[in-house]
Every structure is written in structure tokens, then in C-alpha cells.
Design a protein around this ligand. Structure first.
Ligand code: SF4
Length: 324
């Protein structure tokens, strides 16, 4: 069982914490409830932070003719755009000392929504416009945090998106701890143990990171770690693709192919094909390989993070049904 560093997640306060929505409600999210013991959170409700009451009139974004977006009260039209922008800037400036490894915001909110927020022509009964946007607070967060995963709680219902998010935040938390310690030895171990995980995202970046760690003699450690972080985040942001996973699994299969019976090999290759055809999840061929790693006591592979990229307790078999 791996020991995991706790990632720090910036979280909309209305999700599994405070009943601070405009109507006095909160948002139930079973998976965030389950995630909380494994993370540190920085909670924020931008609307309460700018002095709005709970409950309050709903806000909306309006799109003016010159493409300017304003945050207004939907019934009275009172404009709070400047307050929200000023708060967002100050909040982000104050965060700069904190390590944030991921962000989870409430979807569709005119303040927190990442990209699916309705816009209207005006307050009152004015119609919506056929474009979606991001909330005013979320927009500033997206501008500031370009390397870490930012999701809304609705998208995380999807199994693939959720596992990808977990992989990113726990990998980043581990790396940031090494960065803080400025240890080249620990960086080498990290690179070794994450080899197949990074390969599943980008074999090209894996090579680049291998080179960075191998040619460290003349380098200033801080510059090296900055460059490593840049490429690591770039790889992790690429999203998982079945073909890259299959390539990585075939590399792992190569460790054992001499020791397996022809039926075992056929069974694995069939499972790989089923994964490629989206008939079974990635965990099926990966678990077969993992069983061989344990059976053949391959010490090097036993420590590969690909087999446990985040705490196993967070694996949920149910999801929205989209994708595997
Ligand atoms: S969506 Fe954002 S602004 Fe709205 S209640 Fe939740 S935390 Fe507050």
C-alpha cells in the first residue's frame, strides 16, 4: 500500500461544506465527501466573500453588446461585477504562498462555473444568449492556475475524468513535496517510480524527463525542478488515450512474456483488445499485469505508481455511465 501526500484542493464552499448557495442550500457530492479525508481543502464562496447574504437573490451573467460580461442580480439588475473581480484578484494574490494541487468548483454558477454558465441579454425576463461562459471568479482561477487540474463537481461524476483528476492531484502533491526538499535523489526515485505512469500520458515527455534527471550535474537544482515540473504538468494535462495506455501495457507485458504460458499470453492480449474496443476498463489489463508483477516478485515494477496512482479507497465502480 502506497503512502500518499495530501493534495491541497481549492473547493467551492457550497460543496459538502456550507449551505451558502443563493437559496440557502448546499451541494451534496458523495465522492467529494469520500475524498475529503485524503486532501486538505481551501474553501471559498466568492459570493459570500463579497458580502452577499444567504439566502439572496440569484445572480446571472449578462452579455452586453460590446462583448463585456457583467455579474448582476437577476431580478433587480444591481451590478456586482467590480466587487467580484476585486475579490478574485485579492484572493488569488493571497493564495500565492499556498501550494494548490487542484481546484474543484461548482458547475453552472455565474461565479464558480468553469465553462457551462448561461449568459443572458439583461436582468428580469430577458432571454439567454446561445453561448456559455465561465463564472467571473472561475475565470480568474483559470487564468492564474494553468498547470493544475481544474474541474467542476458535475464533470467529476464521470469515472474517467475523476480518475484522471485523482491521478494528477496525488502525483503533483508528491512532486511538490520533493520540490520543497530540493532533493535530486528523491527526484530520481520519483522519476523511476512514475516511469510507466508518465509513459501512459506521453512517451515523448517521459524521455525528456529522463534526460533532465540524468544530466543534472551542471544544473542549478531549482531550475532543474522548475523545468521538470513544467514538463510533468504538461504530460499530466494531456489526458489519457487508450492507444498510449496499450503501448505502456505492452512494455510492461514485455517483462513477463518469456515466463508465461501461451494461454496466459492470449488471455492478456484478448483483454488488451477488449480495452481498445472499449468493452472493458483500463483496470482489467492493468490488474492482470499487476498480478504477474506480484507473482514474479519484480521489485522494480512493484513500486510503479501506475498500479496505485491514488488511494485505492477512492475507486468507485459506479459513475455517470459515460466512458470507461
Ligand atoms: S457556487 Fe460558488 S459562489 Fe455559489 S454558493 Fe457555491 S461557492 Fe458560493
Amino acid at each position: 500500500m502506497r503512502q500518499f501526500k495530501k493534495p491541497t484542493i481549492l473547493l467551492s464552499s457550497c460543496i459538502e461544506d456550507q449551505a451558502c448557495r443563493y437559496d440557502g442550500s448546499g451541494v451534496k457530492s458523495p465522492f467529494i465527501k469520500k475524498l475529503k479525508p485524503y486532501i486538505n481543502t481551501i474553501g471559498v464562496c466568492p459570493e459570500v466573500a463579497i458580502g452577499l447574504q444567504v439566502p439572496r437573490q440569484a445572480l446571472r451573467i449578462i452579455l452586453k453588446e460590446d462583448d463585456v460580461r457583467c455579474l448582476i442580480f437577476s431580478k433587480t439588475g444591481e451590478d456586482v461585477t467590480n466587487q467580484m473581480k476585486a475579490f478574485s484578484d485579492t484572493f488569488i494574490a493571497n493564495l500565492s504562498g499556498s501550494e494548490v494541487h487542484g481546484v474543484i468548483l461548482k458547475g453552472r454558477s455565474p461565479s464558480c462555473g468553469i465553462k457551462d454558465v448561461k449568459m443572458y441579454k439583461d436582468y428580469g425576463k430577458a432571454p439567454s444568449v446561445p453561448k456559455k461562459t465561465s463564472g467571473l471568479f472561475a475565470e480568474k482561477i483559470l487564468e492564474r492556475f494553468t498547470q493544475i487540474p481544474i474541474e467542476d463537481e458535475g464533470r467529476l461524476i464521470n469515472y474517467n475524468i475523476r480518475e484522471h483528476f485523482f491521478t494528477r492531484i496525488f502525483t503533483l502533491a508528491e512532486f511538490k513535496d520533493i520540490k520543497k526538499k530540493k532533493s535530486i535523489q528523491k527526484l530520481r526515485v520519483f522519476q523511476n517510480e512514475n516511469k510507466y505512469l508518465i509513459m501512459s500520458y506521453s512517451p515523448v515527455i517521459l524521455k525528456k524527463l529522463d534526460n533532465l534527471v540524468a544530466n543534472d550535474e551542471e544544473r542549478n537544482i531549482e531550475n532543474l525542478l522548475d523545468e521538470y515540473e513544467y514538463f510533468l504538468c504538461k504530460a499530466l494535462a494531456m489526458g489519457l488515450r487508450p492507444m498510449r495506455n496499450i503501448n505502456m501495457l505492452l512494455h510492461l507485458f514485455g517483462y513477463f512474456s518469456q515466463d508465461l504460458s501461451k494461454h496466459e499470453k492470449a488471455f492478456f492480449l484478448d483483454s488488451l483488445e477488449s480495452y481498445g474496443d472499449k468493452k472493458v476498463p483500463f483496470s482489467v489489463p492493468l490488474t492482470i499485469i499487476h498480478a504477474w508483477v506480484i507473482r514474479f516478485e519484480n521489485e522494480y515494477l512493484l513500486n510503479q505508481t501506475i498500479f496505485e496512482a491514488f488511494p485505492a479507497a477512492l475507486i468507485e465502480v459506479t459513475d455517470s455511465g459515460k466512458g470507461i
